[in-house]
Design a protein around this ligand. Structure first.
Ligand code: PEP
Ligand code: MG
Length: 586
């Protein structure tokens, strides 16, 4: 009898192949006390391990074929940079000397301290960066323990056509495994926002994460079917089931071919309404992925990244160079730079006034609240963004606005800085659009006011849903309540779109909802004309746009917005989406 296991599908596609179990999950280490005369020897052993780990990563990087895209090598560069960071490379040495303990234990203590900081972070994306820390630390631990378990060291023929099952995979593992011919992978840990999940989507490897205990239930060498869209792994399938999935695999390939053809086709509805599809980016290199999808611009550039994984705060000049680099990579298309969305929970090593314990970080001193409190943090960023605007179409966007004073304070600060730059002879665009993210219910309810003072608004549904429904967006326990179709959420979105229309300013959506093709028609019917999303979703959303008629959608969407009954909402959405091929309900 067949057996189906489920996890989180993070990269679409059907794969059929032999399971290959990779054993290198969590590494257990114990503390040993060293006699004083062996401490320096242990320090050297640790230094040597870091050196070897670096050599390993460099060698993997060199093995990436020339035609592999730049952003993929960048994932490995991130790990190389972490190895150079004092937090990882130097702090364990102090611990070995202070505690007279073994290197493995010192590294474990350091890892626990870093992970604790990451776990308190409120932003899902930044929180999942702790996976990177784990990957780098595990690599050093493996060297210290003389553990050669790394994919791609041996048995490479064995991996051809395999579906890899592992506790966790690093981005480096993923690249290596792909070159060794694996057709899909499953991990027991990790989330949909991890670098490995993002990489799987970029490399188009069907993948599932968070499938707990998969390596216990499936045998090595057993034939399995993986559905990366539904997040399902099937073992012991009979001939009928195999045939069904072979057919689906063929359809999936055809679907992908059709989607690729859309890249250079404009996003226009059947009744000729042009829709603007843009991308969200976090790192300058992400622009390459956005460009490959022929994006119309960047609707959300999350600048927090520049401030993470370092012990100082980037100054104006560094920020200016970085923003200019992103703008240049976009070759004339608009760049929306979001000002810092750090908060009390999101510690940066350089330190800021938000570095304090806070019982409810999502409601604390974060984003614009923090920036207005700490002008030494905010002013250099505003200056850098304004200076970048001299070179092309830059828009500035303020996160987490919740009241009029914040908005008016930002506008007055921007005017003050323009005056300063003028006096110093710096170039900038005096009309650089200033927009606000509408991600707090209070801002959505006051959207008519905000629309009068802003040049554009962008709906951040990730936070808007969190705050409207009072559910922590990264808490698995309440994840089932996270519902973009809740009537209260839809009403707030509608209010923002209508406020933008009346004020004559553009309204974009940049939360995850904008990149989910299940909601594209609903949003089009509500009047949304600008979407910003992860590059991997762009063609799928475009395909839906191109098959939609705003005129036909209008009455159905009106009915959906009028009802409060979840079942009616769901059935009307099914009717609206009836003729399109959509990912399975997450
Ligand atoms: C949002 O809240 O929808 C958003 C896009 O911002 P972030 O996910 O960075 O909080
Ligand atoms: Mg947000």
């Amino acid at each position: 009898m067949s057996m189906a296991l489920s996890g989180i599908g993070v990269s679409r596609g059907i794969a059929i192949g032999k399971a290959h179990i990779l054993q290198h999950g969590n590494i257990d280490v114990t503390e040993s006390e060293l006699p004083a005369n062996l401490v320096e020897q242990e320090v050297n052993r640790f230094r040597q391990a870091v050196h070897t780990a670096r050599q390993q990563l460099q060698s993997i990087r060199e093995r990436i074929p020339e035609d592999t895209r730049e952003d993929i090598a960048a994932f490995i560069d991130t790990h190389l940079l972490m190895l150079d960071d004092n937090t990882l490379a130097a702090a364990p040495i102090d611990l070995i000397r202070a505690r007279h303990c073994n290197a493995e234990w010192a590294l474990k203590l350091r890892r626990d301290a870093i992970v604790e900081v990451f776990d308190k972070m409120n932003d899902a994306y930044l929180r999942t960066r702790r996976d990177d820390i784990d990957h780098v630390i595990n690599r050093i631990q493996r060297v210290l323990l003389n553990d050669a378990a790394e994919p791609g060291r041996a048995d490479t023929d064995h991996l051809h056509g395999a579906i890899v099952l592992a506790g966790d995979l690093t981005p480096a593992d993923t690249v290596l495994l792909q070159h060794e011919g694996i057709v899909a992978f499953v991990t027991e840990y990790g989330g949909p926002l991890s670098h490995t999940a993002i990489l799987a989507r970029s490399l188009r490897i069907p993948a599932i994460v968070g499938m707990h205990n998969v390596t216990r239930y499936v045998h090595d060498g057993e034939q399995v079917i993986l559905d990366g869209q539904a997040g399902i792994l099937i073992a012991s399938a009979d001939e009928n089931l195999l045939k069904h999935y072979r057919n689906r695999q063929y359809d999936e390939k055809q679907w992908r071919i059709e989607l690729d053809k859309l890249k250079h086709v404009p996003a226009v509805t059947i009744d000729n309404k042009p829709i603007q599809l843009m991308c969200n980016v976090e790192l300058p290199v992400d622009i390459e992925a956005a460009n490959r999808e022929a994006t119309e611009g960047v609707g959300l550039y999350r600048t927090e990244f520049l401030f993470m994984n370092r012990s100082d705060t980037p100054d104006e000049e560094e920020q200016y160079k970085c923003y200019l680099d992103v703008l240049n990579r976009l070759q004339g298309r608009p760049l929306t730079i979001r000002t810092l969305d750090l908060g009390a929970d999101k510690e940066v090593d350089g330190g800021h006034p938000g570095d304090r314990l806070c019982t409810n970080p999502a409601l604390g001193l974060r984003a614009i609240r923090l920036c207005l409190r700490d002008k030494d943090l905010f002013r250099p960023q505003l200056r850098a963004i304004l200076r970048t605007s001299a070179h092309g179409p830059v828009r500035m966007m303020i996160p987490m606005l919740s009241n009029s004073q914040e908005l008016l304070q930002v506008i007055s600060l921007v005017n003050e800085i323009k005056q300063e730059l003028r006096q110093e002879g710096h170039g900038f665009n005096p009309d650089m659009p200033v927009g606000g993210m509408i991600e707090v219910p209070a801002a959505a309810l006051s959207a008519t006011f905000f629309a009068r003072h802003l040049d554009f608004m962008s709906i951040g549904t990730n936070d808007l849903i969190q705050y409207t429904l009072a559910i922590d967006r990264i808490d698995d326990e309440v994840n089932y309540l996270y519902d973009p179709l809740h009537p209260a959420v839809l009403r707030l979105i509608q209010m923002v779109i209508m406020a933008g229309e009346s004020a004559g300013i553009p309204v974009t959506m940049c939360g995850e909802m904008a990149g989910d093709p299940r909601y594209t028609r609903l949003l089009l019917g509500m009047g949304l004309t600008e979407f910003s999303m992860h590059p991997a979703s762009l063609q799928e959303v475009k395909q839906v746009v191109k098959s939609s008629s705003l005129q036909e959608l209008a009455p159905l969407v009106r009915r959906l917005l009028e009802t409060q009954e979840p079942e009616e909402i769901s059935s009307l959405l099914d009717t609206i989406n009836a003729d399109i091929d959509l990912p399975a309900q997450g």
